[in-house]
Design a protein around this ligand. Structure first.
Ligand SMILES: [Zn+2]
Length: 340
């Protein structure tokens, strides 16, 4: 049962101020209600922005106490609160401005003879040009040499381009899910704030997120790629398994082969390398592998993942092998801290 909307409880939820039963109700409702999930993503976005800003602005204070040096942390919550409030105000202003003004063309600089990009138009750079494009009033796009983009949609609730080939770097300051890039192999949905996306001649692509989160979507299945992680997509196959940039070369190579191979002995061999080479942050990849592989592989993944990030007591090996939704959800709460 869906019950009452939970938007009014989300702030308290994120600050850990709700009693346990209300927490559970919020979590269950968020799974079922798209409207509240969108509101929740906007709050998370504000908090992420706030934590990034507060890390760089809040000074730590060192005092001398009877000859011993004591580090006093400045009050981070006060900063987080102040900055998330400002971020929320900024988002509201952006949203209001977008609703009053239709935005028919995007500003372009760096390409001779083209200073506007309108819906339906193509922007192409040659081997020696790169362009800067304003994503309406919500962000900035750097278009690298030898790149072709098309502006598909620009309106208050959606800004969408197609990246046919080449590479772009997107930086946005909008609420999540407003800016979308279609590639031949997947759709990149911006959840805020900064990433590069490159499309090869064969239609495959490589996403690298540098700040915030991006969702790669194909046929309704979403892969969340957090800051510091890469994800490859292949034409006709959709998103591969995301991995953090600090994972070992052996890990990355085995993961790429695992993504491209069908069931069989060689795939089991690659999985063994992936598991052997995995460290705590690689739980991101292991988690995303679970639903992609067969039951026998899931049992092997369970064993390694349980060493890296132990599941809560109610989660069993058999349950994860069978992809029991309740157990998956319970463990995901722990594992997903890597990308929240
Ligand atoms: Zn709701």
């Amino acid at each position: 049962m869906l019950g009452k909307h939970v938007t009014h409880s989300l702030s308290a939820y994120h600050h850990g101020e709700l009693p346990a039963d209300e927490r559970t109700r919020v979590e269950q409702h968020l799974q079922a209600c798209g409207a509240c999930r969108t509101a929740d993503e906007r709050i998370r976005f504000g908090l992420r922005l706030a934590s990034m800003l507060s890390l760089s602005t809040a000074p730590d204070i060192v005092i001398e106490d009877n000859g011993a040096r004591v580090l006093l942390q400045s009050k981070p919550w006060r900063w987080v609160f102040a900055v998330s409030f400002l971020a929320a105000v900024a988002i509201v202003i952006v949203v209001l401005r977008m609703n009053v003004a239709p935005l028919p063309a995007w500003e372009v600089s760096g390409v001779s003879g083209k200073d506007r990009l309108r819906p339906g138009e193509v922007l192409q750079t040659d081997a020696s040009t790169s362009a800067q494009v304003k994503i309406a009033n919500i962000g900035q796009l750097r278009v690298d040499p030898n790149t072709q983009i098309r502006l598909l949609v620009t309106r208050s609730d959606e800004h969408r381009i197609a990246l046919d080939r080449g590479k772009v770097e997107a930086t946005t300051w909008s609420p999540p899910r407003l800016f979308i890039v279609d590639t031949p192999s997947a759709r990149a949905v911006d959840l805020g704030c900064k990433y590069t996306l490159e499309v090869e001649e064969d239609g495959s692509s490589l996403l690298h997120v540098t700040l915030g989160l991006v969702a790669l979507d194909r046929g309704g299945r979403e892969t969340i790629v957090p800051a510091g992680a890469f994800c490859r997509t292949r034409s006709g196959a959709g998103p591969g398994t995301p991995f953090f940039e600090d994972s070992s070369v052996e890990f990355q190579e085995a993961l790429a082969r695992l993504d491209s191979l069908n069931e069989g002995l060689d795939r089991t061999r690659q999985l063994e390398i992936v598991l052997r080479e995995s460290h705590i942050r690689d739980a991101l990849s292991l988690w995303h592998l679970l639903p992609r592989l067969d039951a026998q592989s899931r049992a092997l993944i369970f064993d390694r993942l349980a060493q890296l990030l132990p599941p809560p007591p109610e989660v069993t090996r058999d349950g994860i092998v069978a992809m029991d939704p309740k157990m998956m959800e319970a463990w995901k709460k722990i594992v997903s801290q890597l990308w929240q």
